[in-house]
Design a protein around this ligand. Structure first.
Ligand SMILES: Cc1cc2nc3c(=O)[nH]c(=O)nc-3n(C[C@H](O)[C@H](O)[C@H](O)COP(=O)(O)OP(=O)(O)OC[C@H]3O[C@@H](n4cnc5c(N)ncnc54)[C@H](O)[C@@H]3O)c2cc1C
Length: 376
């Protein structure tokens, strides 16, 4: 293994709420020699003296080598970001790198740069590197943050946009104050409009944003080859795919006061699903027209019998991930999938019909939140 590289901290400042930019100069070797978009693995010293190794994107273009910057969000009580936030000017640090393939190889296609939070580090480096190259390709940047106090370097973006007509940018704030004159929402809300086959997409930051963006771009016909990504972290919560989230949202607008949760054995034919559903509704003195939608576990999403029955009845099916089912209310103590998915979809904690079994299908019914089921 090669010896760690060494650099010295030459300055640091808070540039936004919770974000510190630290400036360093190479000591050994005397140049970084990186490409825009790459990262280093910093050997950070935590409070108890142990060394933790964390990846940090280089927040400066190769043109600034042998100096470079890191731009780091402080995660409260966590070691590496805490180290970067407290490291003093004159301190020597060690690291390995530069590493990574989040670099621009293609010199032709237009660039769409998409980031959240400190995902701006590699994106800003790519932008600064690209903008000084001769060429006419367009660069559009979408930057997602929570609120105004999270924005850093806006004056630089403004200056670049004023000086280079081929560069434009939009900042999207998800929790802007009333005074914010710009776009409110998520960067992914803007992405479909940017999807074009003449473009390369660079996505950096929060893993949930990147997964949503990939789905949006794939749905718009953008080949995976045109999408590059740098995932900084993946939030701990369960991530439901964007398409499923949108389908669930659309179902909330449908008529109907009841959700039918369905679980079935593999290969169950459509007739058996219909029969089980009809039996459960009859037992609850409800008609089919009361059903807003069906719900099932994600495992059932490739069951053709379920899909065919739903289609014949004109009912959409929502599919819930195992981790969602795990967290669902369990009023009967059965840990039953059909009951859990009915409650999740209906937004309720109690059932109007606990699970009814036929040999291959179980069905449970939950009243939709805000609605009351009407007996037939
Ligand atoms: C290729 C790459 C480049 C990266 N570049 C940067 C960068 O330029 N700037 C930067 O601030 N971070 C960057 N990170 C994240 C960084 O590596 C660390 O994960 C982060 O600083 C937390 O380290 P820690 O030791 O303080 O906390 P840890 O104990 O490692 O992490 C604590 C928790 O915080 C979560 N987390 C990590 N980053 C964030 C974040 N930004 N917002 C919210 N939660 C987070 C983690 O998922 C984890 O659950 C990058 C990560 C990768 C993989």
């Amino acid at each position: 293994m090669s010896a760690p590289k060494r650099a010295v901290v030459i300055g640091g400042e808070m540039v936004a709420h919770g974000v510190r930019r630290v400036r360093l100069r190479m000591l050994e070797p005397d140049r970084m020699g990186h490409r825009a978009g790459q990262y280093i693995v910093l050997h950070a010293r935590s409070g108890d003296g142990t060394v933790v190794k964390r990846a940090y994107s280089l927040a400066s273009a190769p043109g600034e080598d042998p100096e470079f910057s890191l731009c780091v969000r402080r995660i409260p009580e966590r070691p590496a970001s805490g180290f970067v936030h407290s490291v003093a000017t004159g301190t020597e640090v060690t690291f390995s790198g530069s590493w990574g393939k989040f670099v621009v190889d293609d010199r032709e296609r237009n660039l769409v740069l998409v980031c959240t939070g400190t995902g701006m580090s590699p994106i800003g480096a790519i932008l600064e590197d690209e903008i000084v190259r001769p060429g006419t390709r367009r660069i559009h940047l979408l930057w997602g943050l929570r609120q105004e106090s999270d924005i850093h370097g806006a004056h630089r973006l403004e200056a670049l946009a004023a000086a280079h007509p081929r560069f434009s940018y939009t900042i999207a704030l998800s929790r802007a104050t009333d005074a914010w004159p710009g776009f409110r929402g998520r960067v992914t809300d803007l992405l479909a409009a940017e999807a074009g086959l003449d473009r390369l997409f660079y996505l950096a930051g929060n893993g949930a944003m990147i997964a949503d963006a990939e789905e949006i771009l794939a749905a718009a016909g953008i080949p995976a080859e045109a999408v590059r990504k740098e995932v900084f972290f993946t939030p701990g919560q369960v991530r439901v795919p964007l398409g499923e989230r949108q389908a669930r949202q659309a179902n909330r607008q449908r008529a109907g006061t009841v959700v039918a949760g369905v679980a079935l054995h593999a290969g169950t034919p459509a007739e058996d699903v219909r029969a089980a559903l009809t039996a459960a509704l009859t037992a609850a003195d409800l008609s089919l027209s009361a059903v807003r939608n069906l719900a099932a576990g994600a495992k059932a999403s490739d069951e053709l019998g379920l899909r065919a029955a739903a289609e014949a009845l004109g009912l959409p099916v929502e599919f819930y991930l195992p981790a969602e089912v795990e967290q669902a209310p369990d009023p009967t103590g059965n840990k039953s999938t059909c009951e859990a998915v009915a409650l999740l979809s209906a937004g309720r904690t109690h059932l109007i019909q606990t699970k009814r079994k036929t040999p291959a299908v179980t069905v449970a019914l939950a009243a939709v939140e805000g609605g009351s089921p009407v007996a037939k």
